[in-house]
Design a protein around this ligand. Structure first.
Ligand code: PEP
Ligand code: MN
Length: 320
C-alpha cells in the first residue's frame, strides 16, 4: 500500500498511528511537499478507509489483491449452528473413514456426550496406495448422515470427485476439499458451485498464497464461505508425519482475519501429540480443530495410530 501525506502532516505522528493499526512503513519518498510512505507486506490486513481517516493522510493507493473475495469474506463462516471465527475453538471430530453403520453411530453418540458440535468422517478416502482401504462410498454417506442426525451433529466430509458433489452436498453441512486436491481447480469449481460452506485443507506443499488462491477459486464459483484447515506440510524429518505450520495459522487468524482450523491428527500422525498441538492451535488463534476419533483405534481401517478414543478427546476440554 502507498500512503500519500498532506504537505503539513507530521511524519512521526502518522507513523505512530499507522503502527497502532499494525502497519509498518518500509520506505519514505519525498522529504517535503507530498510525502509517500510504502507500507510493508507484513502488516495486518486493514480496511484502507481506516488509514485514509488518519489525520495527515491525503490518499491511499493499494495494489489489487489477487484474492479479493477471500479478503472480503471476513472472519466468520457459519455452518448450521456452528460459527467458525478466530478463537471460537470449535471442535470437529470423528473417524478417518466411516467404517460401518454401528461404528459411526457409536462414535457420533460419544462425541455428542463430549459436546462436540460437528462430525467428520470420510466416505470417499484419498489414499496414497491403491491397495489401501478406499472408503465405503455412497452407503457410508448414508450411515454418516443418519448417525449425525441421530446425535444432532453437523457433518463435514470430503468430496473427491466432481461426480460426487451433488450426492455429498445432500448429506453434508460443509464440503471438505482434501490436501491432495487443493489445486484440483475443476473440482474446486464444482464444489464451489454447490453454494455451501467449504473446508479447504492446505496442500501438503502449498504456500499460504496458493492456499488463499484456492479459496478464491471456491468463492468465485459460489461457495458460501471457506474455512481453511492447516494439516501439516511436508518437512524433512519423519519423526512426525508432517510439519504443523502454526505460524501460518497465526498469520491467517491475526493478520488476514480469516477462520482457520487445525488438524493435529494428520499433522503429527501420533495420538500422544494430538491434544498438546490442538491446545497450541487455540493459542495461535485457530477457529477450531479437527481431530480423528475412533471407538477402537487399534482396529481402525485407516490412520489408527493417530486416532484418539472419545475419552482421550476429553483431555482437550480440561482446563489447562
Ligand atoms: C482427511 O481429513 O480425511 C484427510 C484425508 O486429510 P488430508 O486431506 O489432510 O490428508
Ligand atoms: Mn485420516
Amino acid at each position: 500500500m502507498i500512503v500519500t501525506l498532506h504537505d503539513k502532516s507530521h511524519l512521526p505522528t502518522v507513523r505512530r498511528e499507522l503502527a497502532r493499526l499494525g502497519q509498518w512503513v518500509e520506505a519514505v519518498y519525498g522529504e517535503t511537499g507530498e510525502v509517500q510512505l510504502v507500507l510493508g507486506a507484513h502488516g495486518t490486513s486493514v480496511d484502507p478507509s481506516r488509514i485514509e481517516g488518519l489525520s495527515g493522510v491525503l490518499r491511499v493507493a493499494r495494489p489489487a489483491s489477487k484474492h479479493p473475495r477471500v479478503d472480503a469474506q471476513g472472519p466468520e463462516v457459519r455452518v448450521g449452528r456452528v460459527a467458525f471465527r478466530p478463537s471460537a475453538r470449535v471442535v470437529v471430530a470423528g473417524p478417518c473413514a466411516v467404517e460401518s453403520e454401528a461404528r459411526i453411530f457409536a462414535i457420533a453418540d460419544a462425541l455428542r456426550k463430549q459436546g462436540v458440535p460437528m462430525l467428520r468422517g470420510g466416505a470417499y478416502k484419498p489414499r496414497t496406495s491403491p491397495y489401501a482401504f478406499q472408503g465405503h462410498g455412497e452407503v457410508a454417506l448414508r450411515w454418516l448422515s443418519d448417525a449425525a442426525k441421530h446425535a444432532g451433529l453437523e457433518v463435514v466430509t470430503e468430496v473427491m470427485s466432481e461426480r460426487d458433489v451433488d450426492e455429498v452436498a445432500k448429506v453434508a453441512s460443509m464440503l471438505q476439499v482434501g490436501s491432495r486436491n487443493m489445486q484440483n481447480f475443476a473440482l474446486l469449481r464444482a464444489i464451489g458451485a454447490a453454494g455451501m460452506p467449504v473446508l479447504l485443507k492446505r496442500g501438503m506443499s502449498a504456500t499460504v498464497e496458493e492456499w488463499l488462491l484456492a479459496a478464491e477459486h471456491l468463492l468465485t464459483a459460489g461457495a458460501k464461505g471457506v474455512v481453511l484447515c492447516e494439516r501439516g506440510i511436508r518437512g524433512f524429518d519423519a519423526s512426525t508425519r508432517n510439519l504443523l505450520d502454526l505460524g501460518a495459522v497465526a498469520l491467517l487468524a491475526h493478520a488476514h482475519g480469516l477462520p482457520v482450523i487445525v488438524d493435529p491428527s494428520h499433522a503429527t500422525g501420533r495420538r500422544e501429540l494430538v491434544i498438546p498441538l490442538a491446545k497450541a492451535a487455540f493459542a495461535a488463534g485457530a477457529a477450531g480443530v479437527m481431530i480423528e476419533v475412533h471407538d477402537d483405534p487399534g482396529v481402525a481401517l485407516s490412520d489408527g495410530p493417530q486416532a484418539l478414543s472419545p475419552d482421550e478427546l476429553g483431555g482437550l476440554f480440561d482446563a489447562t
